[in-house]
Design a protein around this ligand. Structure first.
Ligand code: NIG
Ligand code: FE
Length: 387
């Protein structure tokens, strides 16, 4: 097996919790990688001999980003909806139906090409792990297909048959829930690790707390682990439900009460609050206060939510810049949330940090420090390190 020494690293960001500083920054460090795994980390002057060398020339090395929330399986275009929103039309989830229609009409190969293009965008910006949800099929064959195609890309696949009630079931909500928690779940479960639900009483299309509880209970009985879309469009029961049921993550958290923050703080070892600042940006919603969450002891993650309705961005560096500018996080806190924090929201301890014996999921910032992720927004400084 060929070994590779990586040198010329001005700042090695390990995100390894065992160090005092949570980012675990090591100056003057080098790395040896062998067989896709990190074999050695230490002072560059002591680096062992390796078969080949990559000199980063003074750049920053970080763990690859973990994008723990995306909806990449979709066809169609909703840019006009975005444009209308920028001049005042509010978001209510109603546009999801048009994506469902376009996605159902696309062939497997068309969808594969669309997913592949989006994953390539992510990789080119430093993402090495992505979670992908279904949710634009909303029928037994279409949800199953979405998950089958997502599973070709990642093991972090999420069944979101309870995204919205599709138009043909609108007058029969209860029957749609029976389908989602029965036949659709049975067909989807072999391709999914997670189940998710859009718990949002403020949207006429999404699900209330009781409905969400039913969906999550059925998913758990089918062997899936739990995630929740909650408190996106207004205050609601999503956060409390996620905490009560021990979900791995509750995502959005745009509108949080004091009781929600207390509940997330008490549940920090179980439930992560995943912040999606691209959604606030693209829907003109208020940004939640990330600094307040951290001060309260809440475990947070950052992800893109890449989807055609509320945030069509695949860029984790952009999310970091927004979290720093608009959510009160330091660059270090935002980077940690986008790597180790996001890994934790997927209950993964192998990714999101750089440590000996861990996978060599690495990204390079073309700059001398991680501050540049937020300091130079929109500049393509980050790439995954292909070995
Ligand atoms: O995470 N909120 C629910 N689902 C997506 C948006 C879906 C869409 O509008 O297409 C989200 O924001
Ligand atoms: Fe989402």
């Amino acid at each position: 097996m060929i070994s590779t020494a990586i040198t010329g690293i001005t700042e090695l960001v390990t995100c390894d919790d065992s160090t005092d500083d949570r980012l675990g920054i090591r100056p003057d460090a080098a790395l040896v990688v062998q067989g896709g795994r990190v074999a050695w980390i230490g002072n560059a002057a002591q680096a062992p001999a390796a078969d080949r060398q990559i000199d980063l020339g003074g750049r920053t090395l970080i763990p690859g980003f973990v994008d723990s929330h995306s909806h990449l399986v979709f066809a169609g275009d909703r840019s006009a909806e975005f444009a209308a929103r920028m001049t005042g039309t509010p978001y209510d989830g109603g546009g999801i139906a048009s994506t469902v229609s376009a996605t159902r009409s696309a062939s497997d190969d068309e969808l594969r090409a669309l997913i592949g293009g989006r994953v390539a965008e992510m990789r080119s910006q430093g993402t090495t792990t992505v979670e992908i949800k279904s949710g634009y099929g909303l029928s037994v064959p279409d949800e199953t297909r979405a998950l089958r195609l997502a599973a070709e890309i990642t093991s972090e696949t999420t069944f979101l048959g309870a995204h919205v009630v599709p138009p043909e079931w609108r007058d029969r909500r209860a029957d749609y829930l029976t389908l989602v928690t029965g036949e659709m779940l049975d067909a989807a479960a072999p391709y999914a690790r997670w189940i998710d639900v859009f718990c949002e009483p403020a949207s006429p299309y999404a699900f209330d707390g009781d409905e969400a509880r039913t969906v999550l209970g059925a998913g758990r009985r089918a062997g899936l682990e739990l995630r929740v879309h909650g408190n996106q469009l207004g205050p609601g029961p999503g956060v409390q439900l996620a905490v009560e049921l021990g979900a791995a993550s509750v995502d959005h958290c745009t509108y949080l009460s004091d009781a929600d923050v207390d509940a997330l703080s008490a549940a920090a070892s179980t439930t992560v609050a995943t912040l999606l600042p691209g959604v606030e940006f693209c829907t003109r919603s208020p940004f939640p206060d990330g600094a307040r969450l951290l001060a309260a002891g809440v475990a947070i993650a950052l992800a893109t939510d890449c989807n055609p309705g509320t945030c069509y961005s695949s860029s984790m560096p952009f999310m970091i810049a927004l979290a720093v500018r608009e959510m009160g996080l330091t660059p270090a806190q935002a980077l940690y949330a986008a790597t180790a924090g996001s890994a934790r929201s997927l209950r993964r301890h192998d990714i999101g940090r750089i440590r000996v014996d861990g996978p060599a999921d690495l990204a390079v910032i073309d700059a001398p420090s991680h501050h540049h992720l937020a300091y130079r927004p929109g500049v393509p400084l980050v790439r995954t390190l292909e070995l």
